[in-house]
Design a binder for this molecule. Sequence first.
Ligand code: PLP
Ligand code: ZN
Length: 418
Amino acid sequence: MSKYSLKCIECDSIVMTKGKFDFECGRHDSLLRSEYSVKRIKFRDYPGIWKFYDWLPVDAVSDNKGKPVSYRSVNLANELGLEDLYVSFNGYWPEKDANLGTCTFKELEAIVTVQFAKEGGVKRLVVASAGNTANAFAQVASVEEFPVVLVVPRKCLCDLMLPEMEAAYVKTIVVEGDYSDAISLAKRLAEMKGFTYEGGARNIARRDGLGTVFLDAVSTMKVMPRHYFQAIGSGTGAIAAWEAAIRLLEDGRFGGTIPRLHMAQNLPVAPMLSAWRDGRRELIPERDLPQSENVLDLIYARVLSNRYPPYGVSGGVFDALLDSRGDIYGITNQEARRAGRIFEEAEGIDILPAAAVCVASLIKAVEDRRVGLDESILLNVTGGGSNRRKEDMELREIEVDFELRRDASDEELGELEL
Ligand SMILES: *Cc1c(COP(=O)(O)O)cnc(C)c1O
Ligand SMILES: [Zn+2]
């Protein structure tokens, strides 16, 4: 029996896809979800997130030791008057054994996706990213000596910082344009060159990799939390937490209720909040997004500015909110900055802007009594410790290999020596 199969959420049938990186039902636009033959997870004695090997779509594990760290909060919990608050810290914090060198949970997606690609005989993986995903894939690909091509919008180049390392396996292409231009160029390039486009939120290796955040927290808490808080850009991380919770529900040993998902966006770039408040499954860009030339300039947590998130698609954010009786919060830049300071003072580590947005949503939820003070809560700190890391490591900007216009011709793509 194979380790897992892929199920279409819309027609509820097992899908035979055309290849490893094909994540389409063929008849529906739904996300596909992995269904593991092992229903009761065994926490394995493997390094890092491979502890959750049973529910990762791979046959072998790599040496990568990257992992989330879950702990019970004392100081922030006291500050907010909470009795049962847990933090999942995803980043760099050596004192707590948190070892993600690129300082975000994107590294967990990259660890699993690279292993998944290796096992699928992929020649070269093409990844489009606005920042943290590129850092994560560059880091993991270099360590694992697996070739990747990063396609990055020029505006985000300054966010690409890596430790000194051998970068022979990483090629970086800069595109004039925004994140969606990078995605369409990445897809065309993969097609032209016989490389593999990584697939974004549809990629089960990415989602199940992110799902380890929730699994790790539950392995510490022994039971699923009542509430889960996370800042969302695409919402992939929250969908992954929901999917992990569904598996744990079926497992049966970790509680009988899926946590309520509290998701946070950074105002004024909050398209999912806008649609959700209207009770709409469809995003309408003219209504849900600020009509501004460059939305990236408007917000503190730039990584949360995804314009085409998997919101309405079956198995996406809207379904996760309905199923978990969840909600979305809108957080201003000012609220986020303040929350970031509160967290750092209480817990003793710096956090990234997106994680500060999440802390602000928790503060709001407590103020508005949307969570009980004695209820169990999991706060996903999706990124942190980048200041802490600078004390320990030299960083340098990533090297650019090629520059392209968004409307680069097929000939130009074909001629790139990658
Ligand atoms: C990407 C990212 C998010 C948002 O995650 P999604 O899965 O895209 O919703 C949140 N925080 C940090 C630090 C990120 O890098
Ligand atoms: Zn289907």
